[in-house]
Design a protein around this ligand. Structure first.
Ligand code: DMJ
Length: 571
């Protein structure tokens, strides 16, 4: 592994704390921050001397960026959306964090490269859980995609060591050097992409490409960037469709891309949630085609009709480029990360691409207008679904990413009401765990009728499973970072204990379960998803940290698989 170098990227824009961004929601003063974390967390800039650098491409890109930048600067001071005035420079981080904040590139570099302090008790518990998960993977599934902890075997979806790659940056952040080194050796010696295998474009982008890029950023090890570029090139044939909306699947060995067997549609969330990774790959390599392919999709989706007040349908056709199955709107599966990536690309790009922000805010307005309701009797705020004008009180656990995304937006200067909504939805997501055995089911339905004896949160027998998903703890991490309210840490601690109680397999690993309502028999399903190591445990570790500079929200943006990527320098 290369020794750390000072980061070359200029310091990211520092959010400016403004108490008035939280009317009625006073940020609680967070506890004193001690720097804890792994050594040498750093942002990697494009390596100009690298053999991967395409000189011509870079020059053309810089010229193009220069022109675009001038145009953007002219219009960037104030962005207005339906009366909401947003100042892109403003953020909402609590005052104590401001006082402590780095003020320039030099200070930023010093802080990020500090040696880690020792983890606190709760972080140690996360490290212990990670080690237990890793032990199972190492013993029974080494180099394979996913551990089957009960049968002590493994499953493959791509045959690319998915769990190992998804977990690389988590090991770095948790300071598990020995484990990281061993995994790095596997990547160096065994990870080969010249394979006759179909991969899902979205899943492999967020987990493999995202995992390799963040491992590169944190470690500075060029091996990961080389692998990322190789992999990115193999994904590109997916974009060769009549509409340039990518196919769902691509064979990384033969370069043949195709939609699923039963349709020529792609999923809207899938084609709009690969941009952070492709854009960063272009920035690092200087090769524009990755960014161009991904941004073409963003532009196309932006221009499409068939949205409902900023809400998008779930499917898009790769031949016509039009939305299909229109009239169904959800924040759950197939649409969720469309909204997340609008905001996160805006942040990644230095808050200059106003179209992304406008689409994001339009989406949040659409949610408020059509999908937001309160349950009975406890009046929990939730996000339901709309099917051809008919409201359904159904909410996927996947939707629990939304409080975190809303809080992140508020942190970066979006209206205070986004933060209020984030807090209300966070309470609901916590209750989705709390009203079960401590872990949320995959899908819940909320009770809308005051006159019944029913509880707020209802679960159908087919929806009682828990796949070790991260969304609740992901949002808890953002809510704690943005408010300093320790109740969010306590809720995360309860969830970690529930994972240990109901999903831990003694011989190593954790298993998804079939029934979150039966503490005596949670019914292990014999699968540890890669995102349990890539996301769930990482977010828990970060949630329990009191150091806002450990992967600061002003320096990094997390992709939808929790892989931190740097926020680009301001113009
Ligand atoms: C992960 O792969 C990502 O978080 C994605 O955005 C949604 N599904 C899983 C986790 O639930």
């Amino acid at each position: 592994m290369r020794p750390a170098k000072p980061p070359v990227l200029p310091a990211p824009q520092k959010a400016d704390a403004k108490a008035e961004h939280f009317p009625g929601v006073l940020p609680q003063k967070p506890p004193r921050h001690f720097r804890r974390g792994p050594p040498n967390l750093q942002i990697r800039a494009p390596d100009k001397g690298s053999k991967d650098m395409r000189q011509g491409d870079t020059q053309r890109r810089e010229e193009a960026e220069g022109g675009a930048r001038q145009k953007e600067n002219a219009q960037r001071t104030i962005v207005s959306w339906r009366g909401a005035v947003i100042e892109p420079e403003q953020g909402t981080e609590g005052p104590s964090r401001k006082a402590d904040a780095p003020t320039g590139p030099a200070l930023q570099a010093t802080r990020i490269q500090n040696q880690p302090g020792s983890p606190n008790g709760r972080q140690k518990a996360v490290i212990e859980a990670f080690r237990h998960a890793w032990t199972g993977y190492r013993k029974f599934a080494w180099g394979h995609d996913e551990l089957k902890p009960v049968s002590r075997s493994f499953s493959e979806c791509f045959g690319l060591g998915l769990t190992l790659i998804d977990a690389l940056d988590t090991m770095w952040i948790l300071n598990l050097k020995k484990e990281f080194k061993e995994a790095r050796t596997w990547v160096s010696k065994k990870l080969v992409f010249q394979k006759d295998v179909d991969v899902n474009l979205f899943e492999s982008t967020i987990r493999i490409l995202g995992g390799l890029l963040s491992a590169y950023h944190l470690s500075g090890d060029h091996l990961f960037l080389e692998k990322a570029e190789d992999f990115g090139n193999r994904l590109l044939p997916a974009f060769q469709t009549p509409s340039k909306i990518p196919y769902s699947d691509v064979n990384i060995g033969t370069g043949v891309a195709h939609p699923p067997r039963w349709t020529s549609d792609s999923t809207v969330a899938e084609v709009t949630s690969i941009q952070l990774e492709f854009r960063e790959l272009s920035r690092l390599t200087g090769v524009k085609k990755f960014q161009e392919a991904a941004e073409e999709v963003t532009r196309h989706v932006h221009s499409l009709s068939g949205k409902k007040d900023g809400l998008v349908p779930m499917f898009i056709n790769t031949h016509t480029g039009l939305f299909t199955h229109t009239g169904v709107f959800t924040l759950g599966a197939r649409a969720d990360s469309y909204y997340e990536y609008l905001l996160k690309q805006w942040i990644q790009g230095g808050k200059k691409e106003t179209q992304l922000l406008e689409d994001y805010i339009a989406g949040i307005e659409g949610i408020k207008r059509h999908l937001l309701h309160k349950s009975e009797p406890r009046k929990l705020t939730f996000v339901g679904e709309l099917t051809h004008g008919r409201f359904s009180a159904k909410m996927d656990h996947l939707v629990c990413f939304l409080p975190g995304t809303l809080a992140l937006g508020a942190h970066h200067g979006l209206p205070a009401e986004h933060m209020e909504l984030a807090q209300a939805l966070m309470d609901t997501c916590y209750q989705m765990n709390r009203q079960m055995t401590g872990l949320s089911p995959e899908i819940v339905h909320f009770n809308l009728y005051p006159q019944t004896t029913q509880k707020d949160v209802q679960v159908k027998p087919a929806d009682r499973h828990n796949l070790l998903r991260p969304e609740t703890v992901e949002s808890l991490f953002y809510l704690y970072r943005c408010t300093g309210d320790r109740k969010y840490q306590d809720w995360g601690w309860e969830i970690l204990q529930s994972f240990n109680t109901y999903t831990r397999v003694p011989s190593g690993g954790f298993s998804s379960i079939s029934n979150v309502q039966d503490p005596r028999n949670p019914q292990p399903r014999d699968k540890m998803e890669s995102f349990f190591l890539g996301e769930t445990l990482k977010y828990l570790y970060l949630l329990f940290s009191d150091d806002p500079d450990l992967l600061s929200l002003d320096t990094y943006v997390f992709n939808t698989e929790a892989h931190p990527l740097p926020i680009w320098a301001p113009a």
